[in-house]
Design a protein around this ligand. Sequence first.
Ligand SMILES: Cc1cc2nc3c(=O)[nH]c(=O)nc-3n(C[C@H](O)[C@H](O)[C@H](O)COP(=O)(O)OP(=O)(O)OC[C@H]3O[C@@H](n4cnc5c(N)ncnc54)[C@H](O)[C@@H]3O)c2cc1C
Length: 579
Amino acid sequence: MTEVARRTTDILVLGSGGAGLLGALHAKSAQPDLCVTIAVKGLLGKSGCTRMVQGGYNVALAAGDSAERHFMDTLDGGKWLNDQDLAWTLVTVAQRRIRELENRWGCFFDRNPDGTIHQKAFAGQTFDRTVHKGDLTGIEIINRLAEQTWARGIERMEEHRAIALLPSRDGSRLAGVLLIDVRTGGLVLVQAKAVLLATGGGPTMYTYHTPSGDKSCDGMAMALRAGLKLRDMEMVQFHPTGVLAGPGTRMTGTIIEEGLRGAGGYLLGGDGQRFMHKYDARNERATRDIVSRSMYREMLAGNVNEAGGLWIEMGHLGPENVRRQFKGMVERCADMGFDLAAGRVPVVPTAHYMMGGAVFQPDGSTALPGLFAAGEDTGGVHGANRLGGNGVANSTVFGGIAGDSMGAWVPRHGTLEDPDPAALDAALALAHAPFGKPAAPLSPIRDALHALMWDKAGILRDAAGLDEAARGLDGLEAELDAAGVDGRSRAFNLAWHDWLNLRSLLLVSRAIVAAASAREESRGAHWREDFPHGAEQAAGLSATVATLGPDGRIALGWQPVHFTRVRPGESLLAPAAAE
Ligand SMILES: Cc1cc2nc3c(=O)[nH]c(=O)nc-3n(C[C@H](O)[C@H](O)[C@H](O)COP(=O)(O)OP(=O)(O)OC[C@H]3O[C@@H](n4cnc5c(N)ncnc54)[C@H](O)[C@@H]3O)c2cc1C
């Protein structure tokens, strides 16, 4: 009989990125008497991708810009697949959230000489609206939010990994979450009246990827297993400029920011020549999907450097200017042995962000009463492609909203329930699955997963490749099932957590592949070589919806996109403003 420690809280927040911390701070502010607890796989203030945000935060603040313009840019980038009510919430609430980040939580952003907030250019936007702190914006946001969290009596369970969302006995609501205390290997059942899912997605199933190492799509996998729907899972964003730092370093794949291209940086092929003009009139300032695809095509054509990638070059903008404007990026590249200001840095497109995720409402609620969701675990805000700068806006806007909603919901509807014993048993079985079998190395499974998703379900897709990916994932799941982990010591048992990471990644990869196979068109980040058209047509558009069937397979359905605020071909902008 497995020993499971028990704990209760009013509100449990999973994850401590922008979504989790804003969720906890808002919930605690709304209801100071409630017990709010953050459980996080890594360390609070040190984990997740919000801390890694470089470029900045999109928000319409300046004269000449407007929420309507930001909204239209977001729909245009998302190729009209966005849930319009979610996108509208993003652009309007961001306007007060950025003030709140400064005035309430103490974040400092760069300013113009007249004292207004400085906003810079990001690709794919018709207005320079990206608020930033130098080129390392996320550190400022997360440090200040973490300090506020420490100061406000919010409970913390650091290095606690959530593995299952547990329904109540009658299945009518969420009862709590099963977690592993990474430090001891012990299991902890936290009963909570409301839970915020904010574990940040993270497409770390691809060879080159940017997200922090603690992210393995656990939240999406837990949501699927709890019966929730995931939408738009085929929409995986590749960022054009992941650094090729060489094999054997975790720095490979990590990005240097989009503002480099926004400022006029050049992308060069292995032959040292610019190539973007062959693909898009905006050259390097085209949207991420177009630039990544163009780079990948150059790579397939063999126009690569000795590292197997391409180059970014900034020196023509003046090395001193580049050093001043992109201090953090220049220093980061120097750490890896590259001179960004005056030389060239080898780059490759890299899996960056998942537009897809759990279906949720503008107030943060989900179909499972008691479960709220925010940030990169959710889908619908960005549609088929996310604009750079809309990611951290998304996590802080909807994290705060979910915190407010939980604060209002718990006093009226919250009860502490016992979890369904069968669901708890299934979760314990999942946690212990790798024990009691001969230990096997997991890196071959991880490497094979990376290569399979990169080659067959990555930047360019077709039916044959996606079928191969689906079969390959079945094979890898069988290999993982057979692979054991030495369970004699469970404290900081990294092989065990690697096994669990792979379990989540394989399940969510299957959702990606199923959705990518079903969408027989090219739209935004999803490119089908066998169906190169589609995005020019938005009327009658539907989103893919993935669920987990009783047979353990992904079931794929469709959900119509409702054009609740503006119809394809129309604009919220007056004709002069739209130019
Ligand atoms: C290098 C990089 C640069 C970026 N730059 C920008 C930018 O300039 N502008 C922009 O808008 N966006 C940017 N993004 C995207 C942005 O970081 C994300 O969109 C956003 O911050 C995600 O916030 P989140 O709160 O949903 O998740 P995260 O900030 O990733 O937080 C996830 C949290 O969940 C925890 N967690 C994970 N699994 C579990 C589990 N099983 N149990 C408990 N806790 C768990 C993690 O430890 C972490 O604390 C960038 C991303 C990267 C990787």
